[in-house]
Design a protein around this ligand. Structure first.
Ligand code: PLP
Length: 399
């Protein structure tokens, strides 16, 4: 990126800008209070207290007890831990796990790994808005089901699941319920008791905190064993010297996120809806993916017929706009996104998708510019598309 180049960042589902207040809170723990929290002298007590304070802030933010929060190296580790350790601890009871087809790869690939070890996994379908069907969930439950893992909100299409109902179903059947709340935490209200959540994953860098730090909430009484063996950190369940700076930053980010969550959600929802309506109105043959209202406040995801999402992204980048495509091309695969296929999009339409995820720092003027650029670029790409040409000829013929 050129020095001083201005651009519009609309990829907050991938990561967020670390809040300068978070950085400020972290800094002293690099050079001044660098003690190891496990040491005995008073100096290291400062690091220890900072970790405890962050744990308390985070526990309070989801209605959990302090000792139920375990710090990890991020959302992926939390998902791996929850699922692998639950499988290990409850394998005497059964070997069946239920998840959905639209989970993050940290969940899906972990489940696939367990299948290789003899576990059976049911991948639930979702409806065209990306919502898990509760009746199908109930039907999938077997006497040997040990875990239900369903994400709180989807990272691609923003759909928020009926988590409370899923939690109730899990509880009625005495099955553990884990939710990947990486996209939801800090953006929507979460209460682990109200939603009957037994385990929950979250990550610092998705809420304007630092990268490489996350937490796993584990309800008291859940038989989860340690994930990293070694020292006695994290109540002997996750060894390794605490990432003190990261934890302090995550704690601060959580505090800030909780402080103005409603106001931020209101502002983002307004911008989101403005952009969605503008793009749907101005760009023909366009579809909004994901649920229209049960949706993360900052998520927009569109499919534009007759174009390639990758080309759109490159041209948006040239216009100074950072977005993301629905396809997984960037990760070295040409398959369209598993999420878009699961909501029933045909391959060719899933390929022409664009995710724009906002932050409270965005403005209406930026949305006007973005909508204008999207319209211009989509038109240009369509004018180069033989498929589009054929389509228009047929339309004229029929019309
Ligand atoms: C980003 C993300 C993850 C992974 O979190 P990391 O901290 O980057 O490992 C997991 N699940 C969802 C839904 C995500 O959006």
């Amino acid at each position: 990126m050129n020095e001083g180049r201005r651009f519009i960042y609309l990829d907050n589902a991938a990561t967020t800008r670390t809040n300068p207040k978070v950085v400020e809170a972290m800094l002293p723990f690099f050079t001044e209070y660098y003690g190891n929290p496990s040491s005995v002298y008073e100096f290291s007590g400062i690091s220890k207290k900072a970790v405890t304070d962050a744990r308390e802030t985070i526990a309070r933010s989801i209605g959990a007890k302090t000792q139920e929060i375990y710090f990890t190296a991020g959302g992926s580790e939390s998902d791996n831990w929850a699922i692998k350790a639950a499988a290990e601890a409850y394998r005497q009871k059964g070997r069946h796990i239920i998840t959905s087809k639209i989970e993050h790869h940290a969940v899906l690939h972990t489940c696939e790994q367990l299948e290789k070890q003899g576990f059976e996994v049911t991948y639930l379908d979702v409806d065209e808005d990306g919502v898990v069907k509760l009746e199908e969930l109930k039907k999938a439950i077997r006497p040997d089901t040990i875990l239900i893992t369903i994400m709180f909100a989807n990272n691609e299409i923003g759909t928020i699941q009926p988590i409370k109902e899923i939690g109730e179903i899990a509880k009625e059947h005495g099955i553990l319920f884990h939710t990947d709340a990486v996209q939801a935490y800090g953006h929507v209200m979460i209460h682990v008791d109200e939603y009957h959540i037994d385990m929950m994953s979250a990550s610092g860098h998705k809420i304007n905190g630092p990268k490489g730090v996350g937490f796993l909430y584990i309800r008291t009484g859940v038989k989860i064993r340690s994930f990293i063996h070694g020292g006695a950190q994290e109540r002997k369940r996750r060894a390794g010297t605490e990432n003190v700076t990261g934890i302090v930053g995550f704690g601060k980010a959580a505090e800030l996120a909780m402080e103005n969550m409603e106001e931020r959600a209101r502002k983002e929802t307004e911008l989101r809806d403005y952009l969605i309506e503008k793009i749907l109105a101005e760009v023909p043959y366009t579809k909004l993916n994901g649920h229209r209202t049960s949706r993360l406040p900052n998520n927009c995801n569109f499919s534009f017929r007759f174009i390639e999402g990758e080309s759109l992204l490159i041209m948006l980048d040239m216009a100074g706009i950072c977005g993301s495509s629905g396809s997984a091309c960037t990760s070295g695969s040409l398959d369209p996104s598993h999420v878009l296929l699961a909501i029933g999009l045909p391959h060719e339409i899933a390929h022409g998708s664009l995710r724009l995820t906002l932050s409270e720092e965005n403005t209406k003027e930026e949305m006007d510019y973005v909508a204008g650029e999207v319209k211009r670029i989509v038109e240009r790409l369509r004018n180069m598309s033989p498929l589009y040409e054929d389509f228009i000829k047929k339309e004229k013929h029929n019309g």
